[in-house]
Design a protein around this ligand. Structure first.
Ligand SMILES: *Cc1c(COP(=O)(O)O)cnc(C)c1O
Length: 386
């Protein structure tokens, strides 16, 4: 366990919380289902390198990332597991896809041709995963275009159709599964077509966190676990639905992996009637003790948290006063006796009996926990704790 002391602002990653979450998901899926950890966007802001190590230690089978760059970073760091790249890289870099032995998503015919050429040049077979458009209208091959796509694919050497997948549009933000189930049906149609054309993909996958949690019929033989490996629920609706299905067992299923901390750098007394920060948006109505924190919107502490959120000091809530600055934030500690410079402050996480969650911060600023954690500045230190 490293010592957090040398830092003024840092992120702690809990090994035991991560392990607990992975174990929970192992119990939710059948033993033969491949568990892929989605570690795109710096592992949702948690720090890809640390998380990849924890994932490996806790028995995750493979990784999924957004970009070729992320995949290459994992390989260069020594990870030998399968890595699925979920976007199509620039064609100039396809050699790297081949060299890295990555699983590559395809949804575009010209791209697929170019990848076949790259595979041939290296005398290697590239494992591809066909992305099927089932209603999200993001990436994917439309079912109507699929027969022609498959026809072309049959003539392309250097590729093997290892996987077929799709992604749900609204499986987390509703308690009504009908749209997701229609998507699942279209996916099944696509898989049938693919079989009819003589392909035998070994990996069928549709499930993100919410689908893994709520719909076993979406698991097939691989799942793509993102947000909930980090101990966060995809949404309130997912949490509610899960508790309906599992007799309220959701509360203890997941543990947030990330805490975000900083330290008091200055304490001052502000006389009654004076204002705090840019724009003078907060006026103190009494003589107040204000603590200055070395963290701001450049660090990912969103400016919309101004006069909205609170931090934890000595296990108590200290409200944010005035606007969040680029690198500084002011909080009111008048009612928290004994606060001193260098005291530890929790921006996100637990201190004593108090907590402030990613969900809470997200609700203050009208977004989702995904955005809150991924936007914690990636250059802040990530430290592993028990
Ligand atoms: C990000 C992503 C996931 C993971 O989703 P979570 O809701 O975070 O579990 C799965 N599949 C695809 C295609 C993604 O882009």
């Amino acid at each position: 366990m490293q010592d957090a002391k040398p830092y003024t602002t840092w992120v702690e990653i809990s090994r035991s919380a991560y392990y607990q979450n992975i174990q929970a998901f192992r119990r939710l899926i059948r033993p033969t289902v491949e568990l892929a950890a989605v570690v795109k966007a710096n592992a949702y802001g948690h720090g890809w390198h640390l998380i990849a190590h924890l994932a490996k230690e806790s028995g995750v089978d493979s990784f999924a990332v957004h970009s070729l760059e992320e995949a290459m970073a994992l390989r260069e760091a020594g990870f030998q597991e399968n890595i699925l790249i979920m976007s199509q890289p620039l064609r100039a870099y396809l050699e790297e896809v081949v060299r890295g032995r990555f699983r590559q998503v395809v949804y575009d015919v010209d791209f697929t041709r170019a990848l076949s050429d790259a595979g041939m040049r290296h005398q290697q077979t590239v494992p591809i995963h066909l992305k099927i458009e089932t209603g999200t209208n993001r990436q994917g091959i439309a079912i109507e275009e699929l027969p022609e796509f498959l026809q072309t694919l049959r003539s392309l050497p250097g590729l093997v159709v290892e996987g077929v997948y799709t992604h749900f549009a609204n499986i987390e933000d509703t308690t009504d599964p009908s749209f997701a189930m229609a998507q699942l049906q279209r996916f099944q149609q696509a898989v049938d077509l693919i079989h009819q054309h003589g392909f035998q993909p070994t990996k069928l996958h549709t499930a993100c966190s919410a689908a893994i949690l709520l719909f076993p019929q979406t698991h097939f033989n691989m799942v793509r676990l993102g947000i909930s490996q980090y101990g966060l629920w995809p949404s309130r609706e997912t949490f509610i639905s899960f508790n309906h299905q599992h007799r309220d067992n959701g509360r203890h299923l997941l543990r947030p992996v990330l805490s975000w901390k900083t330290r008091v750098v200055q304490i001052k007394t502000v006389p009654a009637g004076q204002c705090i920060g840019y724009g003078c948006t907060f006026q103190v109505s009494r003589s107040s003790r204000i603590a200055v924190l070395p963290v701001g919107y450049a660090d990912g502490y969103d400016r919309r948290l101004s006069n909205q959120s609170y931090v934890l000091i000595k296990g108590r809530r200290a409200p944010v006063r005035g606007r969040v600055c680029m690198n500084l934030t002011m909080v009111d500690v008048t009612d928290i006796p004994g606060v001193q410079v260098e005291d530890e402050v929790v921006l996100l996480g637990t201190q004593g009996n108090e907590s402030i969650s990613a969900e809470q911060l997200a609700s203050f600023i009208g977004t989702i926990p995904y955005e809150v954690v991924t936007r914690i500045n990636w250059s802040l230190p990530r430290i592993l704790v028990k």
